[in-house]
Design a protein around this ligand. Sequence first.
Ligand SMILES: [Zn+2]
Length: 380
Amino acid sequence: MPFKTNQILQNYQAILIHPKLSGGRCSGELHTTSELICFVSEEINYTFSINDLTIEAGGAGNRFVFLKNKNEENISIYTKDKSILKDENLTSRKHFSEEIGQAKKTLNKMLVGTLTLLGIVAVLIVSIYLLKDRMVTGLANQVPVKWEQEVGDKLFTSITLQHEFIKNDSLSKIFNQVAQPLFKQIEKDGYKVDVYFIKDPTINAFALPGGKVIVNTGLIEKANNWEEVLGVLGHELAHVTQRHHIRGVINNIGIFAILSATLGDVSALAGTFANLGGKLASLSNSRAFENEADETGWNYLVQANINPSGLISFFKIIKKEYEPTTDSLKTDHIDLSFLSTHPQTEERIAHLIKKQQQLKQTFQPLPNTFKGFQEAIEKE
Ligand SMILES: [Zn+2]
């Protein structure tokens, strides 16, 4: 090759566009010297004098630097190696400075364009996260209530195998009579409420997706009045109507699955939801859901003309009961529990007390049947 020994040789990965090439182009190495521009590859070597060189940026997205022989319009060499614009063989020649300056500008424009695009993408991602809750809720609303009921029924069956239920029609009748105004609030949202009592001394209650609620005898035994029991019940039923189980599942699947389900169909969610079983609990017991259930449950009670302060006094009972050993909170059965978020009890009480102070309504006292009901439950 016609290089003189005292010349600085620079190398760049490049592509040559040449009519003699079978595919019209090939990749190879570009060398510059103080005299020559030289493209070397296995297929072809192409050399021209640096005096005939023109330099410009261009190509797809203006990402490349083109080196052309001004006498051969249909031939060009291009590289994405931008360091060529600092090549001394080129910069040392004053008449290239304008072309090099122009090429740098074009490449910078591309950079600004890329950064703008990245910025837009970042804003989009942030908005998706901010909108996530709304999308989760929107998606949950597309899931038929029937699915929730089916999953709830499955869970219920497994609970019947693990626990002893109280089967006493007259007790159920007494309870349902007192709770009727509350049930009506939930039935407005298309849910049918069924409350069951199981023999378990743990102070607990939990709702299954679809509307079944399980109350432990331990909760009835520790409560002082109907208002406290219904306070817990209002909270549990709010988990049902606010669809915390399915929303928990969707949250857990992740944002991109949500997006694809939002754009496509929701049937893929059905399988996931149905197979989660007991794991539903940890998903539906987020702090945000608990607060929402307190809030919504409270409103149900107010609308049902039941004094919601029972929820506060029952929280205080739980707090007193479980304060010394938080370990005793662990429940072994399906974990959709009222208690599993115990550590936030203090905060939740404080929030509800604020709501209580804003109440202007006075409430009808509930029937005087609680003590009798409680004794009968204890005897079962
Ligand atoms: Zn809860």
